[in-house]
Design a protein around this ligand. Structure first.
Ligand code: FE2
Length: 275
């Protein structure tokens, strides 16, 4: 189901067994190493799609060309100290590991990702954003319905997200859900920098909600890669299970598209690169 050949119709494509077990094990070890090395002192940014509080935060706003660590909601006490183990505390790492970190650069520029961009019709893809998504057991937060074009706007629309299951993703531990065909609905909002550049705002373009019907779960075995069109509505539930749901995402845009200067993600010292 959701074959790459039908991407234009569905806005979603599934590539089973795209990444082999050895590569998954290697990247899992590398992620563990990055968290081992991460010093949480002084970092207090919580990433929440519910209230978007990170949008006012300099640590988030300048992370487009960095490797930075974002906590789950509720893991810090009033003094900013961790209430849970560091390895269980993170929502994500982002957003430029694909250019700054040699292991991630090689991983993102390996055949599975490049072949997937071609299979869904990208012509001259640039690697814009990489994220490790933890969705840790019993603490991993909900991701509310959204489209990636809202956050990674180009003219014309061109962003496509490539979501890789490192752990098995099930309905129990918070797999992706998507609205097939929903990419034909025009974008309902745009997240951009305010004119001063040091804050963000969510601009509503259409306040009608997405339909409740037609959403499908996208359970994924480890190594499954899922392509999501930039205007495809998707979401995921919180992980209330005791099973980890580690994932990795890479977002690509077309080199020919215009990348606005008021997008939240800016890379002032890091030019865009392709595969
Ligand atoms: Fe997304």
């Amino acid at each position: 189901m959701f074959a790459p050949a039908d991407f234009a119709e569905n806005g979603v494509a599934v590539f089973p067994d795209a990444v082999d077990r050895q590569s998954l094990d290697s990247i899992r070890v590398h992620i563990r190493h990055l968290v081992d090395e991460f010093d949480p002192a002084g970092v207090r940014t919580v990433f929440s799609t519910g209230d978007q509080s990170h949008g006012r935060d300099e640590y988030f706003l300048t992370s487009g060309d960095k490797t930075r660590f974002f906590f789950e909601d509720g893991v810090l006490d009033d003094a900013g100290d961790l209430l849970v183990d560091k390895h269980q505390s993170l929502n994500k790492i982002g957003h430029a590991m694909h250019d700054l970190d040699p292991t991630f650069s090689a991983f993102c520029r390996s055949a599975p990702f490049e072949q997937a961009t071609r299979a869904v019709g990208m012509l001259d893809p640039l690697l814009l954003q990489s994220m490790v998504i933890f969705k840790n057991p019993e603490i991993g937060g909900e991701v509310t319905p959204h489209t990636d074009h809202t956050f990674l706007w180009t003219e014309p629309q061109s962003v496509i997200g490539f979501w890789l299951a490192i752990d098995e993703a099930t309905e129990e531990n918070g797999c992706l859900w998507a609205l097939p065909g929903g990419h034909l609905i025009p974008a309902k909002s745009r997240f951009s920098r305010t004119p001063s550049g040091d804050a963000t705002e969510m601009i509503t373009l259409d306040d009608a909600p997405y339909p409740d019907n037609g959403w499908v779960p996208l359970p994924a075995a480890p190594g499954t890669l899922i392509a999501l069109h930039g205007t495809l509505p998707h979401r995921s539930a919180p992980n209330v299970s005791d099973k980890s749901r580690l994932a990795f995402t890479l977002h690509c845009i077309e080199a020919s598209a215009e990348y606005p200067a008021d997008n939240w993600l800016q890379r002032p010292e890091l030019p865009f690169r392709g595969f």
